[in-house]
Design a protein. Structure first.
Length: 693
C-alpha cells in the first residue's frame, strides 16, 4: 500500500516489507506486539512472505530456537485464532493466517529434516497447551473445508494439510495423530461429491486421503482406512475415480501426441527416437519423471480397489462431470442390452480413453515398455497389484467378461525384432477381460531378459490364473485366441530352462514354472467349462505336442534337482514334478499316435491340419485328477508387500514435499490483487508495529 522510498544515497533499492521486519523481530526473540492491543489483527492484514518466514525459521540454531520458541508458539496460536469462521472477520485474515501457518510449518519441517539429531516437532508442539491448539487447528480446518468460505480459503486450507502430511516421513510425523483423532474424511467426501469443488480441489483431496490411509494402517486402527472401506456415496466414489482417470488419461494423451510427432519421420528414425529419448534408464528423463509423478494417484486407486468393493462399480464408468454416479445397473447400461456380441455397441477408446479401467490398461502398456528403470518397475508392480485386486472381485470379472460391453483399446507394444505387430488385434473391439489378457501376454513375451523381473512375472501369471478361475467357476466362455496365451507361456518356460544356470542362483524358477504348468493343467482338466469351442481343446493339445521338447527339458531339469540335497527349493521341485504328469502323458500319447499315422500314410512332414485331425480322433487317454487347480491364495498386502508400500508412500510424500513450495506460491497467485496488502518500511524505526504502516 505504501510506495517505494529512496535512500539518502539515491539508491532505488526496494525497502524491506513490513511483514518481513516483523518476522525478524519474532525470530530474534522480541515482542513486536508491545503497547499495541490490535497488533495481531493488523498483522494478519499484511500479505505473508512465504520465503522470508521459512528462511527465518529454518536458519535458527538450537540455542536460538529455545529463545524464540515462545514467539513461535504465540504466532502459531494467533494464526489458529484467525481460523475461527464463526467470528465475523475480514476474509483476508483467514487466507493470510493459513498461508502463515504453511510457511511456519514448512520452515519447521525443513529444519527438522536438515538436523536429524534434534526433534524440533516435539520441542515446539509436545506440551499440553500446544496439544489443545493443535486439536483446535484440526477442528477449524474441518469447518473451513465444509463452511461457506471463499475458494481461496479452502484452497489454502488444503495446502496447509498437504504441508502437514508431507513435511517429514509419515511414521515420524507426530502431527498425524491429531489428524487421526479429528478425522476430516467427511469433509473430503463432501468436496469430492460436488463437481465444482472436485474440479478445484479433487487432486489435493485424493493425495491427502492416500497418505492418511497409509499412516500405521497395520499397527493400529486408522479411521481413514475404516471410513474409506465402507464408503458407499456413489457421487464421492465417482469423483475419486475421476481424479485418477483424468491423470492417467492425460498421460496417455501426451504419449500418443509424442508418437504422432515422430510419424512424419522414417520408421527407423521414429523407433530410434522413441527408444533413445522416451525410455532410457536415466532418472532425470522426462518420461520417467512423468511415470513417477503418477505414483500418488495410482496408490490412491490401489487403496480404493483394495479396501472398497463399492468402488469397483466405477471402473467401467465413462468419466464425465455430467454422467450419473455408477452402480451395478447403470454401469452396464453404458451399452444397450443386445442378444449377441456382433451387435454390441463399440466404445472406441483407441485414441484417448475416458474410462478408468481402460485408462489403466493403456497406461500399463506404456509403462511396461521401460523395463530398465527402477522407478518404472515399481510403478508397474503397483499396476499389477491393482489388477490383482480387480481380478479377484466377482463384479469386476462379470463386468470385464460382459459381451455387451466391448471396447477398442490401444495397447502399446514394444518394437521387437522377432515379431510383427498385429494391427488388427490391437484395434479389435472386445470385452475388457480379453484386453487384459492381451496386456498380460504382451508383458510375458516382452520381458524375457537377463535382469529377469521375477516378482512381476509371478503377479502377471497370478492375474491370468484368477481370470481363468472365474471363467471356470462361472462357466464363462470368453471368445479369445487362447493360442497366443499358450505360446507366450511356453515361451516363458523355454526361457526359464535355457537360463536355468543363471536364474536359479537369483530366484525360485521352480515356483514360477509350477504356476505356469498349473495354468495348462487348468485348461486340460476344466477347459470344457470355459473354452468357447471344441476346436480350442484340439489346438491346446496340438501346442503341447508341437512344443514337447520344452516340457521334456523341464522334466529333465526337475529330475536333476530332485537328487540334489543342497537344493533350497526342494518342495517346489517336487510339486512341479507332479504337476508335469498329465502334460507328459498327453505328449507321449499323441506322439505315439502321430508316429503311427505317419507310418501308415508314408509321410514324414505332416501339416498342422493333419496333426489336428489325429488329435481329434485319439482322445482315448487317461489323465490324473489334480486337486486345487482352481484355487488361489487371496491377495493380502501384509506382510509380503508391506515394505514396498512403505517405500511407495515415502516416495509420494517426498515428491509432494518438493512441490509444496510451488503449491503455496500458487495459492498466493490466485488471491485477487485488490485483496493483497503489502506494507513496506524504509527504516527499522518506522516498522515497530503494523499500525505504523
Amino acid at each position: 500500500m505504501t510506495s517505494r522510498k529512496r535512500s539518502g544515497s539515491g539508491s532505488t533499492k526496494r525497502p524491506k516489507e513490513k511483514v518481513v521486519y516483523i518476522y525478524e523481530l519474532l525470530c530474534r526473540g522480541e515482542d513486536p506486539s508491545v503497547d499495541n492491543a490490535e497488533f495481531w489483527h493488523e498483522f494478519f492484514l499484511l500479505q505473508p512472505n512465504f520465503e522470508s518466514l521459512e528462511e527465518q525459521v529454518s536458519k535458527l540454531n538450537n540455542e536460538q530456537l529455545q529463545l524464540v520458541k515462545p514467539n513461535l508458539n504465540t504466532l502459531f496460536q494467533k494464526c489458529i485464532e484467525m481460523l475461527d469462521t464463526s467470528k465475523e472477520d475480514h476474509p483476508k485474515r483467514l487466507c493470510n493466517s493459513l498461508q502463515t501457518l504453511c510457511s511456519l510449518f514448512y520452515g519447521i519441517y525443513k529444519k527438522c529434516n536438515a538436523d536429524a539429531s534434534s526433534n524440533i516437532l516435539n520441542e515446539i508442539f509436545a506440551h499440553e497447551q500446544m496439544d489443545e491448539w493443535l486439536k483446535l487447528l484440526m477442528q477449524y480446518c474441518n469447518r473451513i473445508l465444509q463452511a461457506d468460505v471463499t475458494e481461496n480459503a479452502r484452497f489454502m486450507c488444503l495446502k496447509l494439510l498437504l504441508v502437514l502430511v508431507t513435511g517429514t516421513d509419515v511414521c515420524q510425523n507426530v502431527l498425524f495423530e491429531y489428524l487421526m483423532m479429528h478425522s476430516l474424511f467427511d469433509a473430503f467426501v463432501r468436496l469430492l461429491s460436488d463437481p465444482s469443488t472436485r474440479a478445484q480441489h479433487g487432486h489435493d483431496i485424493v493425495i491427502l486421503l492416500t497418505i492418511l490411509v497409509n499412516y500405521r494402517k497395520h499397527e493400529a486402527t486408522n479411521p481413514y482406512v475404516v471410513q474409506l472401506s465402507i464408503l458407499a456415496d456413489e457421487l464421492a466414489l465417482n469423483g475419486y475415480g475421476q481424479m485418477i482417470s483424468q491423470s492417467l488419461i492425460d498421460f496417455c494423451r501426451q504419449y500418443m501426441q509424442s508418437l504422432n510427432n515422430v510419424q512424419s519421420s522414417s520408421w527407423f528414425s521414429s523407433l530410434s527416437s522413441m527408444v533413445g529419448n522416451m525410455f532410457v534408464s536415466d532418472e532425470g528423463c522426462e518420461r520417467v519423471q512423468q511415470i513417477k509423478a503418477n505414483n500418488g494417484l495410482l496408490l490412491a486407486l490401489y487403496e480404493a480397489v483394495h479396501l472398497n468393493r463399492n468402488f469397483i462399480t466405477t471402473l467401467a464408468h465413462t468419466q464425465a462431470e455430467s454422467s450419473a454416479p455408477p452402480s451395478p445397473s447403470n454401469t452396464l447400461s453404458l451399452t444397450q442390452t443386445v442378444p449377441d456380441l456382433a451387435n454390441a455397441p463399440i466404445i472406441d477408446m483407441t485414441q484417448y480413453p475416458t474410462n478408468l479401467l481402460v485408462a489403466v490398461f493403456q497406461y500399463c502398456s506404456i509403462v511396461m515398455q521401460d523395463n530398465k528403470n527402477e522407478s518404472s518397475i515399481a510403478n508397474l508392480k503397483l499396476c499389477f497389484l491393482i489388477l490383482t485386486c480387480i481380478s479377484e472381485d466377482q463384479y469386476a470379472n462379470s463386468m470385464m467378461h460382459d459381451n455387451n460391453l466391448t471396447f477398442k483399446v490401444m495397447l502399446h507394444r514394444a518394437q521387437m525384432r522377432h515379431r510383427k505387430l498385429n494391427v488388427d488385434r490391437v484395434c479389435k473391439s472386445q470385452p475388457l477381460a480379453a484386453t487384459l489378457l492381451d496386456l498380460l501376454v504382451e508383458f510375458i513375451v516382452s520381458h524375457l531378459m537377463k535382469k529377469f523381473p521375477m516378482e512381476l512375472y509371478l503377479l502377471c501369471i497370478g492375474i491370468i490364473h484368477r481370470i481363468l478361475c472365474y471363467q471356470k467357476r462361472c462357466r464363462v466362455r470368453l471368445n479369445y485366441p487362447w493360442k497366443e496365451l499358450w505360446s507366450a507361456l511356453i515361451g516363458l518356460l523355454r526361457f526359464l530352462v535355457n537360463q536355468e544356470q543363471t536364474l536359479v542362483k537369483k530366484c525360485n524358477i521352480f515356483h514360477l514354472s509350477l504356476q505356469v504348468v498349473n495354468i495348462f493343467n487348468l485348461f486340460i482338466t476344466y477347459g470344457d467349462t470355459f473354452l468357447a469351442t471344441t476346436n480350442s481343446y484340439d489346438e491346446l493339445y496340438y501346442e503341447l505336442n508341437r512344443e514337447e521338447k520344452v516340457f521334456t527339458e523341464i522334466h529333465a531339469m526337475v529330475l536333476r534337482y530332485t537328487t540334489m540335497p543342497e537344493c533350497e527349493h526342494k518342495d517346489d521341485v517336487i510339486k512341479l514334478l507332479n504337476a508335469l504328469v498329465n502334460i507328459l502323458a498327453i505328449v507321449k500319447h499323441f506322439q505315439n499316435k502321430i508316429k503311427e499315422w505317419l507310418a501308415e500314410q508314408g509321410l514324414s512332414t505332416p501339416t498342422e491340419e493333419q496333426i489336428l485331425d489325429v488329435v481329434r480322433k485319439n482322445y482315448d487317454l487317461t489323465l490324473k485328477l489334480q486337486d486345487s487347480l482352481d484355487q488361489y491364495e487371496r491377495y493380502a498386502e501384509a506382510p509380503l508387500h508391506s515394505n514396498f508400500f512403505q517405500a511407495m508412500v515415502r516416495d509420494v510424500v517426498n515428491d509432494s514435499r518438493k512441490h509444496i513450495y510451488g503449491y503455496v506460491k500458487e495459492a498466493v497467485s490466485v488471491i485477487p490483487e485488490q485483496e493483497v496488502i503489502i506494507a513496506t518500511v524504509a527504516t527499522p524505526q518506522a516498522a515497530t508495529t503494523p499500525s505504523s504502516a
